[in-house]
Structure formats: structure tokens, C-alpha cells
Design a protein around this ligand. Structure first.
Ligand SMILES: Nc1ncnc2c1ncn2[C@@H]1O[C@H](COP(=O)(O)OP(=O)(O)O)[C@@H](O)[C@H]1O
Ligand SMILES: [Mg+2]
Length: 355
């Protein structure tokens, strides 16, 4: 018995489309198209049938497609990938020949958006682990000499009375502090879960402490930090790491905010198992383009930024089995939403490692 697969069933299931084209007056004219994926690409059969790719795709896109069409018309089977907006598809063109003359090309496309996004995620994770390994090596090598440099600079600064030299020493101290900050961030990226120490923590108090800790900086710009909470939340986490997350996010919020505006932090129990921390600023906001790159290592728009702050936040939240999301409205402000579990599953992360 022959197994018949009817493409009319097959294509919609794959979320794809099938089409045909011919060459007429030196143009590739579509003669047929059907399938569920069309709609996702913003197309309808009437936009395609009787027309060329130049009639429904932007010039660049169409020119690229036409090159594949030419190849197929020359008798080759052609496979290619394309995208429209956030949708990715894989397409194959099969020339139909009569008396070794191509008379028509059949094409079929399927939606590969999910695959593509997974690939992207894996690439991102690989990038992170490479950065992590590099970080571990470099940070350890730099830490010891750096400690002596910082120490001796302090001593010299105390002993020197010549104010012109003192000026240089102040700059040296600042720059050394900056190197120290980068090295510390690197150390953390290397292996955050090995130093993780889970405890039961009062989250309300933890957030209050962080706000207090950031006060010198918020005062400097007359920024008011409002804390809203209705529930008392105790949760299992590494309090120092969660503090680090809040410090990084609030630091960014302060940097994005003009003088005298406020930052709102709210704390909410979502259900018995999880709670949410929301940090809202009224700063410059982040465009959609930038939003996509926010958690990448070294992505920064600041002259003196490291581009590591948010990446560290993401790592910490991930090893706590939580999620971190950003919503932003350029010109109006940004909201960071962190959802964390109240209890942590027993895992190797809960074992305190000695280093
Ligand atoms: N609250 C915010 N408002 C506007 N932009 C932000 C905010 N938080 C982060 N960003 C953007 O994300 C980038 C990366 O942040 P981060 O990883 O902390 O690195 P850094 O602060 O060193 O630049 C920043 O350079 C900035 O462009
Ligand atoms: Mg930052």
C-alpha cells in the first residue's frame, strides 16, 4: 500500500505554505500559493498570485528571493531560509521539467521560528559560558596585584603633602576602584552558583536595606525611592546575591533618571509559591532595539559602563529559578519585574561550597 501524504493536510500542520511560479516575459510570476504561514508573514493569496516578489516584498528582500528563483529556473533544487519580522521560514524550490526544459517551479516553506529562537538562546548561553571561563582566569590573576596597588596608593596618598601629586593619586585611586569593580563583576560571572548560600530571608527588610545603602547616590540627584508592599515576605534565597541584583537594577535606574524624579519599588506575594519585585523608574527608557541586547555581556550605552550589571542579574535570578523581565517606554521610563520562588528546590546549589 502506498502511503499518501496530501500536502493540503501536511502544510497547515507544519505551519507552512506551498506555492508555484512560472517565468513569463522575463519575470517570475506566482501562479498559486496556499498555507497557514502566509497570514503570519502578512500576506494573502491575492497579494501573491499573478504577481512577482517585487510586488509584495521590499526591494532588497525581493532581489535576494529572485536570485533563488533564477537558480531554480536553471534546473537546481534550491533551499534557503528567510525572515519577515520575527517570523523565520525555511523554503525549498523544486523545478518541474518537461523535455529537459523547466516549465514551472514548485515551492514549499515551513515556519522555523521556534527552532531559530532556540538556536539563538543556545548561542547566547555559549557566549556566556565562554565569558565565564575567561572571567575566572583573568579575575583571579588580576585580584592579587590589584590589592597591593590599591593598598600602596592609599599609603602614598597619606604620606605625600605635595598637592599637585596628590591630584594624580586621587585619579589613580578612582581608576583602581573602577578596575576593582570590573574584576569583582567578572569573578561573579565565573561561577555564581558555587558561592551561593541559601538562607531564609526577610525580603521586606532586604529591600529596605538596599534602598538605605543606595541613599548617598539617590540623595545626590534628589531622587526619592518609594517602597510599596502589602505582604510580609520571607523566602529562601542567597540574600547577598539578591541584594546585588537590586543594587545593579537600582543603580541603572538612578543613572537613567533625571534629577528630582522618583523610583518606585513594589513587593508583592503572587501566591503561596512566588513573589514579585518591581522596580519602576521615570528615566530615559530603552528602545525596542536596545531591549533585545540588554542582558548580553558588555552591552552598554554608557561611557564608563561595563555592560555586565544586567547579565549578572540574569545569572543570579536564573540560578534562583526565577525570571526577570523588562518593559520600557522610551522617554517615559522602565520597569524591571523579578519573579522569585519562595522556596528553593533542594539542589546542589543549596550546599554551601567553601572556597
Ligand atoms: N533603567 C534603565 N533605563 C534605561 N536604560 C537602562 C536601564 N537599565 C539598563 N539600561 C541600559 O542597559 C545597558 C546595560 O546595563 P548594565 O548591564 O547594567 O551595564 P552598564 O550599567 O554598565 O551599562 C545600559 O548601558 C543602559 O543602556
Ligand atoms: Mg549597570
Amino acid at each position: 500500500m502506498r502511503l499518501m501524504i496530501d500536502y493540503r493536510d501536511f502544510v497547515p500542520r507544519q505551519n507552512g505554505f506551498v506555492f508555484k511560479f512560472i517565468k513569463k516575459d522575463n519575470q517570475f510570476i506566482h501562479t498559486y500559493i496556499e498555507g497557514d504561514l502566509l497570514q503570519k508573514l502578512g500576506l494573502t493569496p491575492s497579494m501573491v498570485i499573478g504577481r512577482t516578489v517585487f510586488d509584495f516584498f521590499p526591494q532588497d528582500h525581493a532581489r535576494q528571493k529572485e536570485r533563488f528563483y533564477v537558480k531554480a529556473w536553471n534546473g537546481e533544487t534550491v533551499n534557503y531560509e528567510g525572515s519577515v519580522g520575527d517570523t523565520y521560514y525555511r523554503c525549498s524550490l523544486f523545478p518541474i521539467t518537461i523535455n529537459s526544459q523547466v516549465v514551472e517551479v514548485n515551492g514549499s516553506a515551513i515556519d522555523i521560528t521556534v527552532e531559530k529562537n532556540n538556536e539563538k538562546r543556545i548561542r547566547e548561553m555559549e557566549k556566556l559560558s565562554v565569558v565565564g571561563e575567561l572571567a575566572a582566569g583573568i579575575a583571579h590573576e588580576i585580584r592579587n596585584p590589584l590589592t597591593s596597588l590599591i593598598g600602596f596608593t592609599k599609603i602614598i596618598k597619606e604620606k605625600i603633602t605635595d598637592s599637585s601629586i596628590n591630584e594624580y593619586l586621587v585619579i589613580m585611586e578612582d581608576e583602581l576602584d573602577r578596575i576593582n569593580q570590573i574584576v569583582n563583576e567578572f569573578m561573579f560571572i565565573a561561577k555564581p552558583n558555587e558561592t551561593m548560600e541559601i538562607k531564609e530571608a526577610n525580603i521586606n527588610a532586604l529591600v529596605r536595606n538596599v534602598i538605605k545603602f543606595m541613599e548617598p547616590q539617590t540623595n545626590l540627584k534628589s531622587i526619592l525611592v518609594n517602597l510599596y508592599f502589602s505582604d510580609k515576605i520571607t523566602a529562601f534565597c542567597d540574600p547577598n546575591q539578591i541584594k546585588q541584583v537590586l543594587i545593579n537594577i537600582i543603580q541603572n535606574a538612578i543613572e537613567a533618571t533625571s534629577e528630582s524624579l522618583s523610583i518606585d519599588i513594589s513587593l508583592k506575594k503572587l501566591d503561596e509559591n512566588q513573589f514579585k519585585i518591581e522596580i519602576r523608574d521615570r528615566g530615559c527608557g530603552i528602545s525596542e532595539e536596545r531591549l533585545k541586547r540588554l542582558f548580553e555581556p558588555f552591552y552598554t550605552t554608557k561611557e564608563k559602563g561595563t555592560g555586565l550589571g544586567l547579565m549578572v542579574c540574569k545569572r543570579i535570578i536564573e540560578i534562583h529559578n526565577g525570571t526577570i523581565e523588562v518593559k520600557s517606554n522610551p522617554g517615559f521610563g522602565t520597569i524591571f519585574e523579578i519573579v522569585l520562588p519562595i522556596k528553593q528546590k533542594t539542589s546542589k546549589h543549596m550546599i554551601k561550597h567553601q572556597s
